[in-house]
Design a protein around this ligand. Sequence first.
Ligand code: ACM
Ligand code: ZN
Length: 767
Amino acid sequence: MSLKFAKFLLLLACPLPMFAQQVAIIPQPVELKLNEGNFIIDKNTSVQFNASQAALKPAVDFFINAVKDVSGIALQQNKPAAKKVEFILAAQTAFKPEAYSLTVTPSLIQIKASSYAGIFYGIQSLLQTLPQVRTNAALQVPCMQINDEPRFKWRGMHLDVSRHFFSADVVKQYINLLAMYKMNTFHWHLVDDQGWRIEIKKYPKLTSTGAWRVDQNDKVWGSRPQAQPGEEATYGGYYTQEQVKEIIAYAKARNVTVVPEIEMPGHVASAIAAYPQLSCTQQPQLPLTGGNYNNMSSNYCAGNEEVFSFLQDVLTEVIALFPSTYIHIGGDEVDKGPWKKCERCQARMKKEGLKNEEELQSYFIKRMEKFIVSKKRKMIGWDEILEGGLAPEATVMSWRGEAGGIEAAKMHHDVVMTPGSPCYFDHYQAGPEGEPLAIGGFNTVKKVYDYEPIPKELSAEQHKYVLGAQGNVWTEYISTAEHLEYMVLPRMLALAETVWSPAATKNWNDFSRRLQFHFNAFDAKGLHYSPGNFTVDIKPAAKNGKLEVALFSEVPTASILYTTDGTVTTISSAVYTKPIAVESTQTIRAVTMQNGKIMNLQPVEQRFVMHKAVGANVQYVHQPSRSYMADGINSLTDGVRGKSAVNKFWHGFNKNNLVATVDLGTEKNISRISLGCLQHYRDWIFLPTAVKFEVSVDGKTFTEVATVQNDVPVNTLALTIKDFTAKFPATNARYVRVTAYTLEACPKGHPGEGKPAWTFADELEVE
Ligand code: ACM
Ligand code: ZN
């Protein structure tokens, strides 16, 4: 008998007790044992704690208020009572930092920890077993034993308050949401081109000028032209130092450390608008906009001493406000163009023996680190601070994938992992059809859940340098609190479990089950969230002349209903069981059904267009980038046209030309070939300069039928899809070869000027 089978029989022999209540705590505790019975919190319950331990009081108050909120019951404190909720702050050595135990019996709830953090997290776990809003329901806590501690010490969420301003109240709500899920670091992105958001007493114009911009309602972020003289800057806002202190205190009571980001030396058009002498040109600036900063001064001058004294003054005020060990200095995406043209910057490079502008940036950051370290704090910055030489004690936040984090950890520097995929919560989480417009990308809740913050490239000894992971919320496309909630929920819950729970115990199916409780809680509380993981993924697979379409839902317990005849999906539509063969032009619509209910507001739909190359095998000379593989190697012939979402449909090529040979399977009579290509200036994606089309009968000798030149200007900002089309007298061919000539480099004036451009292609249509 196999061991597995023996275990199964054992389970049958002693069936698990059925508990009235299932526990749905997120993040999943390290150890959780449910026992029989309940503790009912009622007005005869007393909260017990050692009143001489002042550190406990905020936690006690937090708990008492939370119980009052969901029941109206005002619990007694330190009174003789038959039923007690007891908080015990144990000796320092008894528990690890942030660890706690939670014991529930019918007469006692006891939370024990060596720290305020641990007590607070015990309370959070307890609260997740109670009703989430005020009802008349009994406050019934199942008997259980929890022993719990976090896997990582940096469990972060970031918020960009520059691209859109969020009020102090919204920031507090955000912090509260973090705390509910045991996230302990709030990375507050206070400075960017589009607004300076923190009062600095010594430099009042930073907020009187730098916090305001000409309103922008353009659909495409960054497409707004510069402000015109006379246009008024009326949109924005900032936090006073009093508000900042209040927010920090609010966070502290919830074991959240607020890490301020004072961006430098780039992304600071807001500071330059206020104090133009800090830029290389030193020219007065037009009012800020929500738009395009390509032609404006948005860097500090690295050759001007005044810049350094200014930044030290700013950081002195920031450090006085924020108790955080870490001070974030940004450091990302610096356009080195202005420094190349600036006499002072060039003189600095000469004087300091700096070989290039990367080293100038490194000089800048190292000087700032020295200052921060002199104030007994640590500097953290985005992974660009590796370029030109990493500052000696810097901590690196890896966002351009994991490479920066890996490199820094190998150099024995601490790192926080926040790779764009899957840690950018400004990316799409479903759709993109039916979703609010987002900056791009595609990070589903499952992708976040499956993320492992320790890269496999690191040795066991190097693991300790990974402090944890963080979700980033850039707000170019997010302007309201409701939209912000929607982007964060439920992905933050998946990240919370990733950074808290042991990797070995993570379980997507069980997380999905627990998530339902939290969705119900969000509904009750009026919190906005994406039910995105209910949507169906429609995945075509083209191979050997056939096109099959598979449907997936990330919800393990759901079934999928679909139609292929253009009709609306209903409860009686076909139930999906196996891949659907697509043989003619058609639209597949699909929905997820759970507990007899259709879960989508609108069905996911995909149109498949038949042509003579659908299903054909594609052979590339250079493989597409691993990051842009779309549906697989034959995505060019899957009957699906690429749309706006950059990493969903398109095959991407960097540096190399796209050279693809398509085998139509048999000789066919053809007279038209078309290759769809994408231009997305902001993402470094440019239309090819030309596309050559060739045909062949035997796959060896090819005849050119046409070369089509690109006629779209290279600096077109708007997302553009262009079909390069060859029409020619009908001819018989089995093979079609296309060569799309990649633009040699990003053009002049582009942030990536001189660096390799991307070519993106989808669908190769043959008629
Ligand atoms: C970043 O996303 N620019 C750090
Ligand atoms: Zn300069």
